[in-house]
Design a protein around this ligand. Structure first.
Ligand SMILES: Cc1cc2nc3c(=O)[nH]c(=O)nc-3n(C[C@H](O)[C@H](O)[C@H](O)COP(=O)(O)OP(=O)(O)OC[C@H]3O[C@@H](n4cnc5c(N)ncnc54)[C@H](O)[C@@H]3O)c2cc1C
Length: 398
């Protein structure tokens, strides 16, 4: 059988692409090397803006929904900001990803678990071109392929697509506090800035435990573990109390990095779509999957002659927001701590932050201030400046 679309990877990006392609009437095969439910290193925070993209309720896999954020600087609690509407859902990836994959199956996607992509070839016969995917001693034939195999995926490389990335690292573990679930975190999550140049620490409340982690673009795993230890002790816990300690890469695409080539598209982490400022990856995984499905469908029906429309629409939407997020990242991490802290805790910006988390606003809404400021910052904080900024952050860390 020849599938319209073969998707490699069944995380949020792959399952969303698959579900939306199947809903548009395409035949879809999705393969994943793991057997679901499987875990994935992740804080499990799903912003409301991510949840509302989906045409179904995530209720069955949401463990907690919060309306407030406790901001701290270098582990000193500064301010708790609350909102009327929910801001973030918290889940566990083994449940979320399984649930999303089940929705894809229900839409008609054929799912093969426990098989790994090994080879990818383009074949042409007469006017017809198709893609051959070899995985787990089997051969699959498709008209198009989607690389949704995450931060360490190989599909893009097998397809000859370069993937220049800036790589961050994050480390997280779970804690069941002695004496029961702390009341303080019932409806609130914690963000700690200032201690990790180019990153932050978090405390995320789940049903019966807390997920605690640190991540960023400037530190290696060893230094991060040290920061996690410090964060834990500041809250009165010990690093040794954390279970399931896991670290993984946060891939951020460099501006020149292609998202499509020939009959192959990249989505989610495989495309390097982690938000540089927030570290959030699930939102862009879902969004890129939706945009990919639209252009795959148009290509298969002959409405579009190639898949370049995907790169174009991504540039106008997701990538434009990522550039803005990169600017915010550079701005916040280059400013002296006191000023950065004031920006984070600015009462006037809080409603805007809530709007962004809920998908009712965009990063560009934060561009406020005297009229000359942003044109100057836009010029200084171009994506091309990022390698210089991240080098500076590394030096600051010595
Ligand atoms: C420690 C940490 C904490 C994070 N916390 C958050 C958070 O709280 N909220 C948030 O929004 N984002 C968070 N992120 C980012 C988020 O986890 C990712 O952006 C998100 O998982 C991307 O989804 P994806 O579908 O692109 O890839 P993935 O979820 O990584 O899925 C890729 C899939 O591909 C499969 N695969 C890989 N290689 C192959 C192969 N060769 N053959 C077949 N299958 C293959 C894998 O088994 C996997 O199922 C965090 C990241 C880290 C590292």
């Amino acid at each position: 059988m020849q599938y319209d679309v073969i998707i490699v990877g069944g995380g949020p990006a792959g399952s969303t692409t698959g579900r939306e392609c199947a809903a548009r009437g395409l035949s879809v095969l999705l393969i994943d090397k793991a057997l679901f439910p499987r875990d994935k290193p992740c804080g499990g925070a799903v912003s409301i803006r991510a949840a509302v993209l989906l045409p179904f309720d995530l209720g069955p896999v949401i463990e907690r929904t919060t309306h407030a954020i406790r901001f701290s600087t270098c582990r000193k609690p500064r301010l708790t900001q609350s909102a009327q509407d929910p801001l973030i859902h918290f889940t566990q990836r083994r449940y979320l990803d399984h649930f999303l994959l089940e929705q894809a199956k229900k839409s008609g996607v054929t799912v093969r678990e426990g098989i790994k992509i090994e080879q990818l070839d383009l074949k042409s016969s007469g006017q017809k071109t198709h893609v051959i995917v070899r995985a787990g001693h089997e051969t699959f034939r498709g008209k198009t392929v989607v690389a949704a195999d995450g931060a360490t995926g190989v599909t893009a490389r097998l397809a000859g697509i370069p993937t220049p990335r800036w790589r961050g690292v994050a480390l997280e573990g779970n804690l069941k506090p002695k004496g029961g679930f702390p009341q303080q975190w019932e409806d609130c999550f914690g963000l700690d800035t200032g201690d990790i140049p180019g990153g932050y620490g978090w405390i995320f409340p789940k049903k019966d435990h807390l997920n605690i982690g640190v991540g960023g673009l400037s530190l290696g795993m060893g230094r991060l573990k040290n920061k996690l230890d410090i964060l834990m002790r500041a809250e009165g816990w010990r690093l040794a109390d954390l279970v399931d300690l896991k670290g993984f890469s946060l891939p951020i695409r460099q501006p020149c990095s292609p998202l499509a080539n020939g009959r192959v598209l990249l989505v989610g982490d495989a495309a390097g779509l982690v938000d540089p400022y927030s570290g959030e990856g699930i939102y862009n995984a879902i969004r890129s999957g939706q945009i990919a499905a639209k252009h795959l469908s148009n290509f298969i029906s002959g409405e579009e002659v190639n898949l370049a429309g995907y790169q174009r629409e991504m540039a106008e939407t997701v990538l434009a927001e990522m550039d803005m997020s990169l600017q915010l990242f550079m701005l916040i991490h280059l400013l002296p701590l006191k000023i950065a802290e004031r920006l984070h805790h600015d009462e006037a910006r809080w409603p805007l932050i809530c709007k962004i988390l809920r998908g009712e606003g965009e990063y560009s809404d934060l561009k406020q201030g005297p009229p000359f400021v942003w044109p100057v910052l836009d010029f200084l904080l171009r994506p091309a400046a990022f390698p210089f900024v991240s080098k500076m952050l590394r030096v600051l860390n010595r």
